[in-house]
Design a protein around this ligand. Structure first.
Ligand SMILES: Nc1nc2c(ncn2[C@@H]2O[C@H](COP(=O)(O)OP(=O)(O)O)[C@@H](O)[C@H]2O)c(=O)[nH]1
Ligand SMILES: [Mg+2]
Length: 289
């Protein structure tokens, strides 16, 4: 192999809502870069994490759910697709229109099927699920996985690596994401909202990180939580500031875990009426590429 030529490329992580895409990306890259929420559909923009197994580079791209159509165009520029599906519902899920559309667009790419949530089926039944998926003839590889337990992760990584082309390295050494820290921090905060607030309020709260800096040996983050109607403001703050305090506590812990830095978070609640209906607000808050 000529010097400087290594396996280097992109792997899309796609799947229906709540199948475990973000958990899988984190397990593959040994990070917590992509927030995992109990509520479905929390990932809204691609989140990238680069890992470097055995002198190689793979940039995994976590995406919003297939139902949103967001991941379809990304297929065209990645080298390999990791399709995450719930092992229990895979056979009916691939019949859904959005999934069929996705699979049609991906038919020229290697697709590796990660059968997620495999802890929900008995270990000696997993081979039967794999055989059933193999019968579709759609996949280059099929691996049952349980990201939280690390099960199937190294097999999946090997399978992805085999499909990454040899080329000059695409990414500088020592970078682990293509996203900005500001964006990743805002996503960590935004995800916490879904565990604390009613879904409709969380979905209409933008997070705008105004500052990330070093202060007294800690990461200092100042961020605005921007609600779309004045009546939601009180709900975010809560009685005696309790709700905001809880959002702050959970977000601080999440940012600390993801950055590895001690964090001090300063959160403010602001109102911008009907921002969800305004194109320039959507652009400003990172909802449109
Ligand atoms: N039991 C189990 N839960 C999982 C597994 N993978 C993900 N989850 C849970 O499923 C939920 C959705 O996971 P997430 O990674 O955010 O899914 P995404 O919406 O596809 O990105 C979270 O509560 C995860 O903890 C798995 O393999 N087994
Ligand atoms: Mg996700």
């Amino acid at each position: 192999m000529p010097s400087g030529i290594i396996p280097s490329g992109y792997a899309l992580v796609a799947g229906l809502s709540n199948t475990g895409k973000s958990s899988l990306l984190n397990a593959l890259t040994k990070t917590t870069i992509s927030p995992v929420a109990i509520q479905p559909a929390s990932t809204r923009m691609p989140i990238t994490a680069i890992c470097t197994p055995e002198n190689a580079q793979i940039c995994f791209v976590d995406t919003p759910p297939i139902e949103s159509g967001y991941s379809h165009p990304i297929i065209d520029w990645v080298d390999v697709v990791v399709l995450v599906a719930d092992i229990r519902t895979f056979d009916t899920d691939i019949e859904k229109p959005s999934m069929k559309q996705f699979l049609r667009r991906a038919d020229k790419k290697p697709i590796i099927l990660a059968l997620g949530k495999s802890d929900f089926v008995k270990p000696d039944h997993r081979a039967a699920y794999v055989a059933k998926a193999r019968y579709t003839n759609l996949f280059t590889g099929i691996v049952p996985v349980t990201p939280l337990l690390g099960f199937g992760i190294s097999q999946l990584m090997d399978s992805v690596l085999k499909n990454i082309p040899l080329r000059n390295r695409l990414f500088p050494r020592n970078i682990n994401t293509l996203n900005s820290k500001r964006f990743l921090v805002s996503e960590q905060i935004r995800t916490q909202l879904f565990g604390i607030l009613p879904l409709e309020v969380a979905a209409e709260t933008a997070v705008q990180v105004e500052e990330t800096s070093q202060r007294d040996g800690s990461l200092y983050v100042r961020a605005n939580l921007i609600v779309s109607r004045a009546s939601s403001k009180g709900m975010l703050i809560g009685r005696k500031g309790q709700t905001l305090g809880q959002i702050n506590k959970l977000s601080t812990a999440a940012i600390r875990e993801f950055t590895g830095e001690k964090c001090r978070l300063d959160l403010w609640v602001k109102v911008r009426e009907a921002w969800t209906e305004n194109k320039t607000d959507l652009l400003e808050f990172g909802y449109v590429c």
